[in-house]
Design a protein. Structure first.
Length: 266
């Protein structure tokens, strides 16, 4: 057993490897012949790495704040505490903090050199700056959640209203989906729509945006009271019937509309 007392000073990240202020604390640097290393890296808002690769790959684990990462040719991804990212060997990538949030991550790698603070990285020869502007996470919305009345449900401070997605407003479905994804990247987890919005088209667009595993990240609110066409019973028709759970929601809505409404838990 070997105990290493905390005597290594925090190191300012070198300018040739980082944009913005970055600080590195060595966590583990096993003596030769072992080459496993772990560094705790603190990114100030907007700070990021250069495009770079690791010959043996790298794992990062976010411990605090909001971060961004991107592999060459891929989308910019938002990463939060508890998220773990593995970059494949020689996969060109960058990572850093969101423009208005700090980010701390633990970096684990098998280094090619035995030095205690080596990143094991090779900077890409193209550019030191990511090609795309990272999305801004809005202050006080990325992590700040509020309880929705007495429900126990935690929702973001801001809610994205979907009324203008579709024929009533933005008829470009792809652009509307991009807007929804940008809101999710900014920390919003609450989306409000209704079957009457563009006669169900808004719900259809929201469904497209939440496909592919995003549905579990969102608290989705809809409404069934507005008239839909000539049907005098609005609860008979729900655009959500085409989605899992829609029939149960329709049944619950009809049951609720037949009963006196109690005070809402808000």
């Amino acid at each position: 057993m070997r105990i290493t007392r905390n005597s290594i000073e925090t190191v300012h990240g070198p300018r040739e490897w980082f944009t913005g202020d970055v600080y590195i604390d060595a966590v583990a640097a096993a003596p030769a012949p072992a080459r496993v290393q772990a560094n705790l890296v603190h990114f100030t808002p907007g700070a990021r790495t250069a495009w770079h690769t690791h010959p043996r790959g790298q794992t990062i684990y976010v411990t605090e704040g909001i971060g961004l990462c991107q592999r060459r040719g891929g989308p910019i991804e938002v990463i939060r505490p508890g998220d773990r990212v593995f970059f494949e060997p020689d996969e060109d990538h960058w990572h850093g903090a969101a423009p208005n949030r700090f980010m701390v991550r633990l970096a684990l790698m098998r280094s090619t050199t035995p030095t205690s603070l080596s990143t094991g990285a090779r900077r890409s020869p193209t550019t030191n700056t990511p090609r795309h502007q990272p999305p801004t996470t809005r202050e006080n919305t990325s992590l700040e959640l509020r309880q929705l009345g007495r429900t126990g449900v935690q929702v973001s401070k801001l809610c994205l209203g979907a009324m203008m997605f579709g024929g009533w407003g933005n008829k470009d479905h792809d652009d509307s989906v991009r807007i929804i994804h940008r809101a999710l990247d900014g920390g919003i987890n609450f989306i409000d729509t209704a079957d009457i919005y563009s006669q169900g088209e808004s719900e259809e667009i929201v469904g497209k945006a939440l496909a592919g595993g995003k549905r579990d990240q969102v608290v989705l609110a809809t409404k069934v009271w507005g008239p839909m066409g000539e049907d005098p019973q609005p609860a008979r028709r729900l655009a959500l019937l085409d989605h899992p759970g829609g029939r149960e929601l329709a049944a619950a809505a009809r049951h609720r509309l037949d009963r006196p409404l109690p005070d809402p838990p808000l």
